[in-house]
Design a protein around this ligand. Structure first.
Ligand SMILES: [Zn+2]
Length: 382
């Protein structure tokens, strides 16, 4: 099982310069190898293999013009070519054509295959040295596969991929099953009647908006503009990390079940008010709401991915069901009606009078559907 963990790096001034060189070298080699392969193929119809390309780099180091490549970790360079090759394989399987790497991309990175030492709160990166880091988890065991060093929003990170093969995995033998209803905002309700308090990002998002406004007021090419840009990027990353962290914690808590049932978001169209609420259109707010929904849907996509991974690690499983009518069906009598949904959170069955929290009622229907199949009536009580 491959496990990744991301740590923040705090390189000193010299190390920052070295990391920057490694990134530049890896990018140069990637682009050069891609160009060469492209040229050989379009011009002569020949496919140049990965090893030929790697040999080519060794030759580049001997040429005067490109002798600066000697300063770059040779394994990182080889890895860069290997990654280009991987992108090519992906293209042959129907993916997009590999793109050249730009020095202007907001995220810059390079990768080490293995050969990275970790001691205490320091990581040893070849050609850079021992770099101070934060966020290393204690339970860190296994063989390091790759270490990706990245620079984004004025921060350095290392993503360490570890192969924990052969390690004991805690298998979940309980038979607990739960259905989860995810909302148009970052809210969760489950079939056990639990509602998870949403992540409150209002303050952070308003800070983000202020920083974006401040940037827009700065003069072009000014020093202050660069500073404002850095502040905005930092805040943007902060919000993204808070969201990720929330989803990690949420998925971890649900991974203790044997079976988790959720709605298939590919079918569910979250951009429409599917929850039966009457929404008053607010001027200028609709665009913002649309964006919020897109972010929410993306977040749920990530949540399900994390949940699936954490469940399978412990022998559990994630089931995705058709979300049709799950929010309009009475869990007690099976009556389906739009009228059942009185408001965003209140469910009152027009047939049997059953009253419940609307999201919890939906979560119970989701669980029933996951256990009895997509075509089964939602009537069956669980
Ligand atoms: Zn009913």
């Amino acid at each position: 099982m491959l496990k990744a963990q991301k740590v923040r790096l705090y390189p000193n001034k010299e190390q920052r310069a070295m990391i920057s060189s490694q990134i530049g070298g890896a990018r140069y080699v990637y682009n050069r190898a891609l160009a060469l392969r492209k040229y050989a193929y379009t011009r002569f119809g020949i496919k140049i293999g990965k090893f030929t390309l790697i040999n080519h780099i060794t030759k580049l180091k001997k040429r005067d013009k490109t002798s600066w490549l000697k300063e770059i970790d040779s394994q990182a360079l080889q890895q860069s070519v290997a990654n280009m090759d991987k992108a090519y394989q992906h293209f042959f399987k129907g993916g997009g054509y590999p793109k050249f790497k730009s020095r202007h991309h907001p995220r810059q990175s390079y990768q080490y295959p293995q050969r990275v030492k970790i001691e205490g709160n320091k990581v040893f990166l070849s050609k850079v040295g021992w770099v101070r880091c934060k966020g290393l988890r204690k339970e860190f065991v296994g063989k390091i596969k790759t270490v990706t060093v990245s620079y984004e929003a004025y921060q350095y990170h290392a993503s360490i991929l570890v192969d924990s093969k052969g390690q004991e995995v805690v298998i979940n033998h309980n038979s607990q099953a739960v259905g989860i209803d995810v909302g148009v905002s970052l809210v969760v309700a489950d079939s056990n009647g639990k509602r998870v308090k949403p992540l409150d990002l209002v303050r952070e998002l308003s800070k983000l908006r202020t920083k974006a406004q401040q940037l827009s007021r700065k003069k072009r090419n000014s020093n202050n503009r660069a500073k404002a840009k850095a502040k905005l990027a930092k805040q943007d990353l902060r919000v993204a990390n808070m969201r990720k962290d929330f989803l990690h914690r949420l998925s971890k808590s649900y991974s203790e079940n044997q079976t988790v049932v959720v709605e298939d978001l590919k079918i569910k169209n979250m951009t429409k008010a599917t929850k039966g609420t009457v929404e008053k259109p607010v001027k200028n707010a609709s665009a913002k709401r649309g964006l919020n929904r897109a972010i929410t849907q993306q977040s749920w996509g990530l949540f399900f991915e994390l949940l699936d991974y954490k469940l399978s690690e412990r022998g559990g499983r994630l089931i995705k069901v058709d979300p049709k009518f799950t929010s309009q069906t009475c869990h007690e009598c099976g009556h389906i009606s739009k009228e059942n949904r009185r408001s965003q959170d209140k469910f009152v069955c027009t047939s049997c009078g059953h009253t419940a929290n609307a999201d919890i009622n939906a979560a119970k229907n989701i669980l029933a559907r996951g256990i009895h199949g997509n075509n089964a009536s939602l009537k069956i009580a669980v």
